[in-house]
Design a protein around this ligand. Structure first.
Ligand code: TMP
Length: 235
């Protein structure tokens, strides 16, 4: 696979064209942002960890939970071939435990365990600050069709079922996470973007220590160690 010109640079990744019109190469950076880019920093080694974790989890989700993903092939520590998709501009968030914006918006203490997981959508639009929307808003804004929204919800809950059990076996509580989906050229919906400590909240099951990007967002220190620790739990 030959890497061609850069198509796009995001906050945490770059995307390159390739000699295959149906494939892109993504390259993971160590750059970290929070609060819609207001807070900026570097998490040394993050790109390597996010690349490897995302690839490992997506391969497992494909094989063991029948969820189609964009993953094709890991090229190196930071680079992966993915299927070309057009991203559905929705951030799909599943929560098992109250934390972050849920706690803030609804006045619920962090750590309250839900009887059932919740799902929510944000409109992926940096200029608007990724506002929370519902299914009807997504339809009105023509972000996705009704059928696509149903598929996305089904896949998101299936990812949660699989990942909750997977992380539990490794002494980690999956608090919440954000997913993004894309459309292949034929319209098929696949899981895209990444699954990493940037996009999930992971708490150590024993100590409840945060092993994710909240350490950066909240200036808790030990950011690199937390990324290394959560990566070390994978097998
Ligand atoms: P929140 O509680 O801040 O809404 O975050 C919910 C989950 O989504 C959490 O696991 C972190 C992840 N997330 C992202 O991946 N990207 C973002 O821009 C934000 C705000 C959250």
């Amino acid at each position: 696979m030959e890497k061609r010109e850069q198509l796009y640079e995001g906050k945490a990744k770059k995307v390159f064209l390739t000699d295959d019109p149906e494939c892109y190469i993504v390259s993971y950076k160590d750059d970290a942002t929070a609060f819609n880019g207001l807070k900026k920093g570097t998490i040394v080694g993050k790109g390597v960890i996010n690349n490897k974790m995302s690839n490992l989890l997506m391969q497992k989700l494909e094989k063991e939970a029948n969820i189609p993903t964009h993953f094709v092939e890991e090229l190196s520590d930071r680079e992966t071939v993915v299927k070309k998709v057009s991203i559905v501009p929705l951030e799909v968030i599943i929560r098992n435990i109250a934390a972050g914006s849920f706690s803030k918006n609804y006045g619920v203490e962090e750590g309250v365990v839900f009887e059932q997981p919740t799902i929510e959508f944000s409109y992926k639009n940096d200029d608007l600050g990724d506002p929370l929307i519902n299914d009807y808003h997504a339809l009105a804004l023509k972000l996705a069709t009704e059928e696509e929204i149903e598929t996305i919800k089904k896949y998101a809950f299936a990812v949660n079922d699989y990942m909750k059990a997977y992380w539990k076996e490794r002494g980690v509580i999956l608090v919440d996470f954000k997913l993004e989906f894309g459309r292949l050229s034929d319209g098929t919906i696949v899981l895209a973007d990444e699954i990493s400590p940037d996009t999930c909240r992971f708490w150590d099951a024993e100590t409840k220590e945060k092993l994710d990007k909240d350490r950066f967002r909240r200036d808790l220190g030990g950011v690199e160690d937390a990324y290394a620790e959560i990566m070390g739990r994978l097998s």
